[in-house]
Design a protein around this ligand. Structure first.
Ligand SMILES: [Zn+2]
Length: 446
């Protein structure tokens, strides 16, 4: 081992302990339950965890500023008008893990602090951004904090509730102002957005490709877009014993839904055979608790009835925008055809449509790869299947008409498990991620 490698290893080992401690502490800030971690959007637990990081950043000499909805920006002192951001979120899904989001913040902090001797000499400032409420589990909307920063949130989401509290009330309770969302007014001024030279985000992979391939770093090339549909099918209740088989006699909602799903799966397989990027999941079938509160027809089903009503929700993702739009159109057609075949009525509601980021910034991606080579850390290029705040930032254009340059780094998580209390990233993988991040920040800010 040469001198520089010995130094690298030393730094790595030193950081392993630091990361582990910080994540443990975040997990113990009141959000821990028997069955996992719980830091919903705009909850006291989320605020407490954000303030914990704020305390450490300020102690290191960074300057903090909250925006109108409660996103926190922690900036290094120094010169230069522009900033290089590294961001992530602190909220979790109910009974979730402690690494989805929080790992990105801890690694971001650990990437910025070791550069302290250089802060004043860099030509750009460094900024750690802690976004509010990224998970759609609370208030049924994704990336709420980052979207609010750029004025992208739909005002309707303020009325959505989590445990009986509206988003508007939750934001107010944490001391912030929901009128930014109500009026679609960005919390960041156009000047502030213009100053963002680049945005980086480190995240656990939430799949097991890195672990399977034995590679410690994923350099994200694209972020899949999403379309979510709710399909409600109305048939007719009839006696299961007395009603003969066949559509002349039966309008069977359950049977129609089964055929719809098989046909959708076949369409998906066909697209995959053609080499297109696509994932498709029916995650809800008659069992959306929130939806069932207002749609009690679902409870009229019974074992001895031809099914009068049912619904399912499908989540469709691709990193190819034109294909995704075409595919969703075709999916709706398939559903209609099956409804006609089984003599039932169908209502298709689009719950969400988010365009993919087909290509993250090539220059930032190149910097991440150069940093990995520098540190002799193996990497692979890969798409992100999940949505991240990075996608919201990458959708924002600067005055020159180009999007804000965005890059993402994935680190492995054990067995690909995420949104689960068993979620885990090793201190070694966290440390390696922070090292790469630190190296990239330096490249982009020097
Ligand atoms: Zn996340």
């Amino acid at each position: 081992m040469n001198k520089s490698e010995a130094k690298t290893t030393h730094t790595l080992l030193k950081r392993i302990g630091a990361h582990f401690g910080k994540l443990e502490n975040i997990g113990n800030l009141g959000g821990r339950r028997e069955d996992g971690f719980d830091r919903p959007a705009w909850s006291h637990e989320e605020t407490r965890a954000i303030k914990y990081i704020q305390g450490m950043a300020e102690k290191a000499g960074m300057v903090s500023s909250w925006d109108g909805v409660g996103n926190l920006f922690l900036t290094t002192p120094g010169h230069g008008n522009e900033i290089v951001q590294v961001g992530s979120h602190m909220d979790t899904v109910p009974a979730g893990g402690n690494y989805d989001g929080a790992a990105g913040i801890v690694c971001g902090l650990e990437a910025i602090i070791p550069l302290k001797p250089m802060w004043e000499r860099l030509s750009r400032k460094l900024q750690l951004v802690i976004w509010r409420g990224e998970e759609s589990a609370s208030f049924n909307a994704v990336c709420k904090g980052s979207e609010a920063a750029f004025g992208l949130c739909h005002p309707d989401i303020l009325l959505r509730t989590n445990h009986g509290v509206s988003l508007s009330e939750a934001i107010t309770a944490q001391g912030f102002d929901p009128s930014f969302i109500a009026e679609k007014k960005p919390t960041l001024t156009p000047e502030q957005t213009e100053k963002i030279a680049a945005y980086l985000e480190l995240h656990i992979e939430q799949a097991k490709r890195l672990q399977t391939d034995g590679v410690p770093i994923g350099v994200v090339s694209s972020i899949r877009g999403t379309v979510r549909l709710r399909i409600e099918v109305t048939g007719e209740a009839n006696h299961s014993g007395g009603t003969p088989m066949g559509i002349r006699y039966r309008k069977d909602a359950n049977l129609a839904m089964a055929y719809m799903q098989v046909a959708m799966h076949e369409a998906c397989s066909y697209a995959l055979e053609k080499g297109l990027d696509l994932v498709q999941t029916v995650g809800l079938l008659n069992d959306d608790e929130e939806f069932n509160k207002n749609h009690t027809r679902i409870f009229s089903n019974s074992l001895t009835k031809v099914s009068p009503y049912g619904y399912f929700a499908v989540d469709i993702r691709s990193n190819n925008n034109a294909f995704l739009a075409e595919y969703v159109k075709n999916t709706k057609k398939i559903i209609q055809e099956k409804a006609e075949r089984f003599n039932v009525r169908v209502k298709i509601t689009e719950i969400l449509r988010l365009a993919p980021i087909e290509k993250l910034d090539p220059a930032v991606q190149h910097s991440i790869e150069a940093s990995c080579r520098d540190l002799k850390i193996p990497f692979i290029e890969m798409p992100s299947g999940a949505i991240h705040d990075a996608a919201v930032v990458a959708s924002q254009k600067k005055k020159n008409g180009n999007p804000i340059p965005v890059g993402m780094i994935f680190i492995p998580c054990r067995d690909g498990i995420s949104h689960n209390p068993a979620e885990y990233a090793s201190p070694e993988d966290l440390a390696r991620g922070a090292q790469v991040l630190s190296n990239v920040l330096y490249r982009l800010a020097r």
